[in-house]
Design a protein around this ligand. Structure first.
Ligand code: GDP
Length: 433
């Protein structure tokens, strides 16, 4: 889907506007602590067209100061969005920060829709007219709070957005495989990219037909072409203090959106961190095929190796199914193993279990390992079917509620039976009374 980024200074009403666009009242806030700000992309629909909305307002008012944080938002929007809504506070007027952002956006040739927010009263439309002076076209007077004017603004947004570009994985069949190379800063993403993309092998590909930076790189590996998506962010290395993590996770989400498989890089010289596991979780939740590459293997000594293996046991058991490669982007060690790992993961990701085989397996499983009796009843799996692929999705029909531990058990056994190396699998249960 095309991507719309909402940018602007703090307190101009970005989140309120995002909520308006999504057609809901409640704040854009997740109730799970710690993950609040990973979820910044939402799906929206207007006039029958669907698009993604990115709320860049999650990180601001920090050490960087307003100017830098808004510049960072614009930077991000330029890299990943197809169009931008620039929100200004019509009651405040044009600030230097607003002008600076406009400059950045225009230089990048990004379509901009100007939202003059907080035009709450009936006779205030004219007050927004002076915003023509920003030089990004017509100001759209809006009250995000009350909903006035958002419809007209969204019409302008639809004009600015390209028709859904054939970029999400569902649309393309048979093209080069799309790989997201992700990992926290300094794990070696750009080093790896350079190593696999020798000058003569890499073809820069300006997708989506806009004037923005080339976003993907086509790389020949093992006689095949692979598309590494959203490499602009890796190449450019915008190193921001303070907000770096937040923007890194926005980029990760954007890359995952377009990819079929994720190669997550882990730096073996440092303890596996929350940031590493969070990135892996993002890939799993996005439903992408997954390979984990342990980088900087050239530096590993006995002692560190010992602790590393323990950390992997502790932190990454959940993704034991992901193929693992121990590489060095510096020396080139084992880079040739990346290709079979990606191929295995993608194959599992697209695999399908015939209904007959699945039910033969489920029948035996239920007989040998029945669900525990609860409240005098024993829920049973009656029947199952694979409802989809990329990644494999299963629907189980059961005679009662299946406990989480039993579902996990079923998933484990499914993996033992059918493989699924390198792919998340999704299980849902429907209860038939
Ligand atoms: P990025 O932020 O993920 O793109 O990381 P970079 O590619 O910029 O790498 C960060 C640092 O790690 C740089 O100083 C690299 O030279 C170093 N580095 C990357 N890969 C390796 C490796 O395999 N071995 C060693 N020893 N250093 C590496």
């Amino acid at each position: 889907l095309p991507v719309l980024a909402v940018v602007g200074r703090p307190n101009v009403g970005k989140s309120t506007l995002v909520n308006r666009i999504l057609g809901r009242r409640e704040a854009v806030v997740e109730d799970r602590p710690g993950v609040t700000r990973d979820r910044v992309t939402y799906e929206a629909e207007w006039a029958g067209r669907r698009f993604k909305v990115v709320d860049t307002g999650g990180w601001e008012q920090d050490v960087l100061g307003i100017q830098a944080s808004v510049a960072a938002q614009a930077e991000f929007a330029i890299e990943t969005a197809d169009a931008v809504v620039l929100v200004v506070d019509a009651t405040v007027g044009v600030t230097d920060t607003d002008s600076a952002v406009v400059k950045l956006l225009r230089k990048a040739g990004k379509p901009v829709v100007l939202c003059a927010n907080k035009v709450d009263g009936p006779n205030m439309e004219a007050d927004a007219a002076y915003l023509w002076s920003l030089g990004v076209g017509e100001p759209h007077p809006v009250s995000a709070l009350h909903g006035r004017g958002t419809g007209d603004m969204l019409d302008a947004v639809l004009e600015a957005l390209p028709e859904a570009p054939a970029q999400t994985f569902g649309d393309i069949v048979g093209g080069p495989r799309r790989i997201a190379l992700i990992g926290r800063p300094n794990v070696g993403k750009s080093s790896l990219l350079n190593k696999v993309a020798n000058e003569d092998r890499v073809v820069v590909d300006a997708t989506a037909g806009t004037t923005r930076d080339p976003v993907d790189e086509l790389v020949e590996l093992a006689d095949k072409t692979w598309r590494f998506v959203d490499t602009a962010g890796i190449r450019r290395k915008v190193h921001l203090q303070g907000g770096a993590d937040y923007y890194a996770s926005l980029r990760t989400a954007a890359a995952l959106e377009k990819a079929e498989a994720a190669v997550v890089l882990i730096d073996v010289t440092e303890p596996i961190s929350v940031q590493d596991t969070r990135i892996i979780t993002m890939a799993v939740e996005a439903g992408r095929a997954l390979v984990i590459a342990y980088n900087k293997w050239d530096t590993l000594d006995e002692e560190r190796r010992y602790y590393l293996e323990r950390e992997i046991e502790q932190e990454l058991v959940r993704v034991r199914w992901a193929p693992r490669v121990n590489i060095s982007a510096r020396t080139g060690r084992h880079l040739e193993k990346l290709v079979p790992a990606m191929e295995t993961a993608l194959e599992s990701w697209e695999s399908r279990v015939p209904t007959g085989r699945l039910n033969g397996f489920l029948g035996e499983l239920v007989a040998s390992h029945p669900h525990p009796v609860r409240g005098g009843k024993q829920p049973r799996i009656l029947f199952g079917t694979q409802a989809g692929t990329r990644p494999p999705r299963f629907v189980l029909f059961a005679s009662g509620f299946l406990e989480a531990s039993y579902r996990r058990f079923v998933e484990r056994r499914l993996r033992e039976e059918f493989g699924f190396e390198g792919t998340p699998i999704q299980l849902s249960v429907r209860v038939r009374e």
